[in-house]
Ligand binder design. Structure first.
Ligand SMILES: *[C@@H]1O[C@H](CO)[C@@H](O)[C@H](O)[C@H]1NC(C)=O
Ligand SMILES: *[C@@H]1O[C@H](CO)[C@@H](O)[C@H](O)[C@H]1NC(C)=O
Ligand SMILES: *[C@@H]1O[C@H](CO)[C@@H](O)[C@H](O)[C@H]1NC(C)=O
Ligand SMILES: *[C@@H]1O[C@H](CO)[C@@H](O)[C@H](O)[C@H]1NC(C)=O
Ligand SMILES: *[C@@H]1O[C@H](CO)[C@@H](O)[C@H](O)[C@H]1NC(C)=O
Ligand SMILES: *[C@@H]1O[C@H](CO)[C@@H](O)[C@H](O)[C@H]1NC(C)=O
Length: 427
């Protein structure tokens, strides 16, 4: 006998079951079939429930999107955007709160905003982007007839003989050796002695090593690291059987192989000073300068009398400011190697027509004043001294004044504007 308790809500579904009288018992077969029926019923009920919930949820979300879309019925869009030439725009929506993105075709670079958002005041954030060609050769970056090869992100210059550097700007002054055998190890030359002994030797610059191989001697490693045995002034390159000294750009390897000599770029056509500039050769390079007279001020004006000199125009009567101003100004550019020993006379100054009774010299201004001093060397001559070593590269400026007096009355004043270009190297 099996008694099955049934929940009230299932009662309707099992009316056909023979549950009529209380004393009646179900057979095992009947009970099983009743259970199966109930399981089916339960599954059907469950599915119906699910469908109901799903339908409700759908209706809710439709309602929600309706509510959200409400404002767009009023005009809540930003103006249409232009698609950049050679690029694409990602994102179509121009509604408030939406973003659009921009990308460029390969070979082009995006300039401007990558992403723009439609703001609440119906304007776009950022700026309209455009796609710029990445053809880096378009600006002709290779000097000295170098050939420009456009690359992925940058360009490469193929330099003509005699030039090197990323944009073929550096002349090659080192010499090239042709190597008959570019190998750092060679077989020794051996000879059989009469007694059956073997004698082997290596080419110059090679040493016999274990295993009977001639190994190149690294002269750079051996000598260059110590100041006492240094073989190259600047840099050393080991070669099979020998070595080569290297100089930085702007220097020429001297014939004796270990020295670097400055190249005078101003003498050749190796400078890039524009017309009107003066080319000043420095150790390892050059500078382009353009000396300028001071502008007119306090009744005082100057006129350029030569490339490096200005003279005061005649003063208006009774203009004291003009009379006290310098009668002339000259410009001086001095190249200097790094770390020169001190004290060192850099510059001497004197006057050609000395009519007064005394000359006074003074430093009156300029950057880098701390490393200079001025002194008299004789009655008519003054000297600019370097008083402490300067580690280059550096540009130092100093202004000197030479005043001529007669019975303590100022006769005239000359200003020397001195610029010192210090090399990055001690040569
Ligand atoms: C909505 O405004 C934008 C710019 O504010 C305009 O370009 C567009 O034509 C307007 N659309 C309607 C339907 O008014
Ligand atoms: C729109 O709003 C932004 C800030 O969200 C502001 O910078 C911009 O000036 C506004 N533009 C106009 C036209 O009001
Ligand atoms: C050309 O001038 C610039 C500075 O004006 C300098 O940096 C560059 O090295 C110069 N080029 C050469 C070949 O000297
Ligand atoms: C350089 O020398 C090695 C060893 O003596 C030899 O095997 C090689 O063929 C030589 N190379 C050239 C280019 O002569
Ligand atoms: C300029 O010169 C005039 C006379 O020519 C004079 O009166 C005036 O004070 C001068 N100004 C200065 C600043 O010296
Ligand atoms: C110059 O001297 C300073 C200090 O002794 C040193 O640090 C620097 O490397 C030197 N410069 C050169 C180019 O030798």
């Amino acid at each position: 006998m099996l008694l099955i308790p049934l929940p009230a809500w299932l009662a309707l579904g099992i009316l056909q079951l023979p549950l009529g009288s209380a004393q009646e018992c179900l057979s095992r077969q009947q009970a099983l079939s009743a259970v199966r029926q109930m399981q089916k019923l339960l599954a059907a009920q469950e599915a119906a429930h699910l469908r109901g919930t799903r339908g409700l949820r759908n209706q809710l979300s439709i309602l929600q999107s309706h509510l959200q879309r409400q404002p767009t019925k009023r005009n809540d869009t930003c103006p249409q955007l232009a698609v950049p030439l050679n690029g694409r725009m990602l994102g179509r929506s121009v509604r408030v709160g939406h973003d659009v993105h921009f990308v460029c075709d390969s070979g082009f670079q995006l300039v401007g905003s990558e992403t723009r958002s439609c703001r609440h005041n119906r304007t776009w954030s950022g700026t309209q982007p455009f796609c710029r060609s990445m053809d880096d050769c378009s600006s002709n970056p290779c000097a000295n007839s170098g050939t420009c090869v456009d690359g992925d992100q940058s360009y490469t210059c193929l330099c003509p003989p005699g030039w090197s550097g990323p944009s073929c700007q550096s002349p090659i002054y080192s010499y090239w050796v042709t190597l008959s055998n570019a190998s750092f190890s060679r077989q020794p030359r051996c000879a059989e002695g009469r007694s059956g002994s073997r004698r082997c030797s290596c080419d110059t610059g090679f040493q016999l090593r274990a295993g009977g191989v001639c190994q190149d001697v690294d002269e750079c490693l051996l000598y260059q690291s110590s100041p006492q045995t240094r073989i190259c002034l600047h840099d050393c390159l080991n070669l099979p059987g020998s070595y080569r000294c290297l100089c930085p750009p702007g220097y020429l390897l001297h014939a004796d192989r270990n020295a670097c000599e400055d190249v005078n770029e101003c003498a050749g056509k190796q400078h890039n000073c524009t017309q009107g500039d003066l080319c000043i050769n420095t150790f390892g390079g050059h500078r382009c300068v353009r000396p300028k007279c001071p502008p007119p001020r306090h009744n005082t004006s100057y006129v350029k009398t030569s490339a490096f000199q200005c003279e005061r125009n005649p003063c208006p009567m009774e203009s004291r400011a003009c009379l006290l101003a310098a009668t002339s100004i000259s410009f001086h550019y001095l190249p200097l190697q790094a770390n020169r020993t001190v004290p060192r006379v850099l510059f001497k100054m004197s006057t050609t027509r000395f009519v007064g009774d005394s000359l006074r010299f003074a430093i009156t201004g300029g950057r880098g004043q701390g490393v200079f001093s001025v002194r008299r060397s004789d009655r008519q001559t003054g000297e600019l001294l370097l008083t402490s070593p300067v580690a280059g590269p550096a540009t130092l400026e100093v202004e000197l004044e030479m005043s001529e007096f007669s019975r303590k009355v100022l006769l005239g004043k000359h200003i020397f504007k001195v610029t010192v270009f210090v090399s990055p190297y001690v040569f």
